[in-house]
Design a protein around this ligand. Structure first.
Ligand code: ZN
Length: 183
């Protein structure tokens, strides 16, 4: 059993979901998720104002995400994140920041919808035979035409329901910040 997974998932979770999926998830962790966790992108603070600040908490895991967002003429011209928590919450925040920085608000909202769809039980087809582990999911798969890129690495987290809120926390906090930006 890879030690990194022992550090992230409880023995119960690993027992429930089995080694086949865990082996597949380990590849994704090593390549993408851990890279974003160890070398978070767009980390820091922005001056408020002109930026807005939103804070999100996931009490189930103890995760905290701070999103600083500056919108100008409908474009996310700058975005930084802070906070602390598990590797899933922090790497998801880093991936979110790279995915939406420089995008229009409209594009960012589309990404939020696509990501949350992927992280939903419906979007990932969980609850079926147990054989639909999506290990061959193409990296450029899209949700309603939206390319998720590296964010696809988090798809496997949906198999660990207690961790879904870790992955979606930064996205929900982004939505709060977007609403503030248009108050
Ligand atoms: Zn967490």
């Amino acid at each position: 059993m890879p030690s990194v997974l022992r550090a992230i998932f409880s023995p119960h979770e690993l027992a429930v979901y089995g080694s086949k999926f865990v082996a597949g998830l380990e590849d994704l962790y090593r390549e993408i998720i851990l890279d974003h966790y160890r070398n978070p992108r767009n980390r820091g603070e922005l001056e408020v104002p002109p930026a807005v600040q939103a804070v999100g908490f996931n009490p189930l895991c103890g995760d905290e995400i701070v999103v600083y967002l500056e919108v100008r003429d409908g474009v996310i011209v700058d975005l930084s994140t802070g906070g602390q928590g598990c590797s899933i919450s922090q790497s998801s925040a880093s991936m979110m920041s790279t995915a939406v920085k420089g995008r229009t608000v409209l594009e960012a909202r589309r990404l939020v919808r696509a990501f949350k769809h992927m992280m939903s039980i419906h979007g990932s087809g969980i609850g079926g035979s147990g054989d639909d582990l999506d290990e061959d999911e193409p990296a450029d798969d899209s949700q309603n035409g939206v390319k998720l890129g590296d964010l696809e690495a988090l798809r496997g987290v949906v198999k660990f329901p207690v961790r879904i809120k870790c992955a979606t926390l930064s996205w929900n906090t982004l939505v709060d910040a977007l609403e503030q930006a248009f108050d």
